[in-house]
Design a protein around this ligand. Structure first.
Ligand code: HEC
Length: 175
């Protein structure tokens, strides 16, 4: 009889714990809307852009006679669904067109941060990575996704709901 009680108590504790784990938000991949560069970095990128890219792509990134724009609908549509890694590699391997690969990874990342800021993607607290593999984990999404808060509220409110100290944990599964 003692054992049964012990098992019940253990189960009562383990159940909400497993619920907690099961419902914790999965490490959702990030997108350009999640603040993947800093304002500081974009500021570093601006003069680099002006020096290395503007002659062809224009001061306002709107494109030139032969070079395509790096802002606006067609540009965003072009890269929508790809990743920051793809865009980074594209720049690293082919730009500046006159002398590709001359810039360092850091310089390319800074230019890319400037490019994101001009395209009105929000700045955040961490700088844009310099490694393609890590940049590949940041999705390029042209349209702003549904407010994140809402999604997070739904995900987080449920695990917080069961309180392990309660005497009737099994009832808390009911929603
Ligand atoms: C000498 C002119 C020239 C310079 C300088 C130059 N580009 Fe380009 N860029 C082009 C041309 C032309 C294209 C389109 C043809 C191609 O892909 O090579 C292009 C294409 C691109 C694309 C692809 C755009 C798309 O939507 O497909 C990106 C991104 C880009 N350039 C970024 C840069 C960056 C960043 C710099 C500065 C580091 C830079 N370019 C410097 C001429 C230039």
């Amino acid at each position: 009889m003692k054992n049964t009680a012990a098992i019940f108590v253990l189960g009562a504790i383990a159940l909400p714990l497993s619920l907690l784990r099961g419902q914790a938000p999965s490490a959702e991949s990030r997108s350009v809307w999640d603040g993947v560069y800093t304002e500081e970095q974009a500021k570093r990128g601006e003069p680099l852009y002006r020096k290395e890219c503007a002659a062809c792509h224009g001061d306002m990134l709107t494109g030139g006679e032969s070079a395509p724009p790096l802002t606006g609908g067609p540009f965003l549509a072009n890269w929508n669904g790809l990743t920051m890694g793809d865009l980074f590699d594209r720049i690293r391997k082919t730009m500046p067109q006159s002398n590709p690969g001359r810039l360092t990874r850091q310089q390319d990342a800074d230019i890319l941060a400037f490019l994101l800021s001009v395209n009105k993607f929000p700045a955040g607290k961490t700088e844009l990575y310099r490694q393609s593999e890590m940049l590949r984990e940041i999705r390029f999404e042209s349209a702003k996704p549904a407010p994140r808060n809402k999604r997070e509220m739904i995900q987080w409110s449920q695990p917080q709901y069961p309180k392990i100290s309660s005497r009737f944990p099994e009832r808390r599964i009911v929603r």
